[in-house]
Design a protein around this ligand. Structure first.
Ligand code: ATP
Ligand code: MG
Length: 389
């Protein structure tokens, strides 16, 4: 089968490496995804040329991951990752090898050990295509050895079972179970990257099921106890929704969870907001102020998570947007007055009191107690402030 693979720039990178006397092919996830009829996200090229040889062939290169044997080639402005054949993906120093077969042998699963020539010819030493047709994740070689080399592969298998909705082959699952305790050695950042993809996959429940089968909730409860009951919270809108569900079913708070998984500041803020909104929702229905102060994003995820245990409560994104549309204002800057007006109207000098009053008026406007009109606000404000004095 001949398919046109990769961008023109990536094909040119391969052609130029070949013209310089080296081997070069497309490899890994991109080839797998193309065979599955999906558009590959990132294209990887593997070559017999060493990193310094790659740099001699191309004028514009960047040493992005030279410590792993990866050079970024800029071809017509497009960045293309080129990695030297290697037999170890996990040791700190890469061990370069001379044959493609040896490189593929050290990749994790048969479906990820596929390569493709620039002419679109598939190279498949480990029956990856057959496994792909049968929807199976199978370790390349002896599973236990492979998981011992890099225990992250155990979690990657779970990730692919969700993303692709594939089964895990029996011996492979057996190896995963035997080596599962060694997952504790793996840097949390690597687990988090896979967790994000797992949450966003086609069938996260399948991954939770396998996770239970290999004992993760008991072996590493801190990280995986939620795998006991996360199934009920699927499908997830995105990875943040997955972490929000974890928050709802464990006794961790947002700060602890963010610290544990080394979440970004943005992710941590999302979880904090979720936590606040979810706490309100478990007490009572959202009111106008809640619809005003929380983003559509947060309200939607709270609705999804809350709904799992309260099936009469449904808030869709459309409904949330409808509620928001009915609000008199959407943000503070929509108010038809400023702190300066308060100073002018009161005849007092400015100070912290102005921000307290802005907040009070903002609430009154959102609740429909005053119209968002400078004159109406002025009257209300003068009246209220004189009552307080
Ligand atoms: P995605 O579509 O999410 O990018 P991917 O399979 O391309 O999935 P990457 O992390 O981008 O995953 O890795 C690219 C390729 O490198 C894989 O397809 C696999 O061949 C190999 N690989 C990645 N991580 C490992 C690992 N921990 N052990 C062995 N091989 C790996
Ligand atoms: Mg990839």
């Amino acid at each position: 089968m001949t398919i046109s693979f990769g961008s023109a720039a990536s094909r040119q990178v391969i052609s130029e490496l070949q013209a310089a006397g080296y081997e070069a092919v497309f490899v890994g996830g991109a080839v797998r995804d193309a065979e599955l009829g999906k558009k590959p996200l990132d294209i990887d090229i593997t070559t017999s040329a060493t990193p310094s040889q790659v740099k001699e062939v191309f004028r514009h290169t960047i040493d992005v991951g030279i410590e792993h044997g990866t050079i970024l080639v800029l071809m017509h402005g497009e960045p293309i990752e080129v990695t030297t054949y290697r037999s170890e993906t996990t040791t700190s120093d890469p061990v370069y090898v001379t044959s493609l077969r040896e490189d593929l042998q050290h990749r994790d699963f048969t479906i990820n050990a596929l390569a493709m020539t620039v002419d679109g010819e598939l190279i498949d030493f480990f029956d990856g295509l057959e496994d792909m047709k049968r929807k199976i994740i199978r370790a390349v070689g002896k599973p236990e050895e492979r998981f011992q080399e890099d225990p992250l592969r155990i979690f990657r298998a779970l990730r692919f079972s969700s993303v692709l909705d594939f089964d895990i082959e029996k011996e492979t699952l057996h190896g995963m179970k035997a080596l599962a305790p060694s997952l504790h050695r793996i840097a949390i950042e690597r687990i988090k990257t896979e967790m994000d993809k797992l949450f966003q996959g086609q069938n996260p429940s399948r991954a939770f099921h396998y996770g239970r089968e290999i004992g993760l909730p008991k072996l590493l409860p801190e990280l995986f106890v939620a795998f006991e009951s996360l199934d009920r919270y699927t499908p997830f809108l995105d990875a943040r929704h997955g972490f929000a569900a974890v928050l709802a079913i464990t006794d961790m708070n947002a700060t602890d969870l963010a610290r544990l998984f080394k979440l970004s500041n943005k992710e941590r803020r999302f979880l904090k907001q979720f936590e606040d909104a979810y706490a309100i929702r478990t007490q009572r229905s959202f009111d106008l102020w809640d619809f005003y102060s929380f983003s559509t994003d947060i309200l939607e995820v709270v609705g999804k998570v809350f709904n799992v245990n309260h099936d009469d409560f449904i808030v869709s994104k459309q409904q949330i947007e409808q509620y928001k549309k009915q609000l008199p204002i959407l943000q503070r800057t929509d108010l038809s007055f400023t702190g300066k007006d308060l100073v002018k109207w009161s005849g007092k000098s400015g100070g912290k009191w102005t921000s307290d009053w802005i907040m009070k008026i903002e609430r009154a406007v959102v609740y429909g107690q005053i119209e968002n009109d400078a004159q109406a606000i002025k009257e209300w404000f003068i009246n209220e402030i004189s009552r307080e004095e």
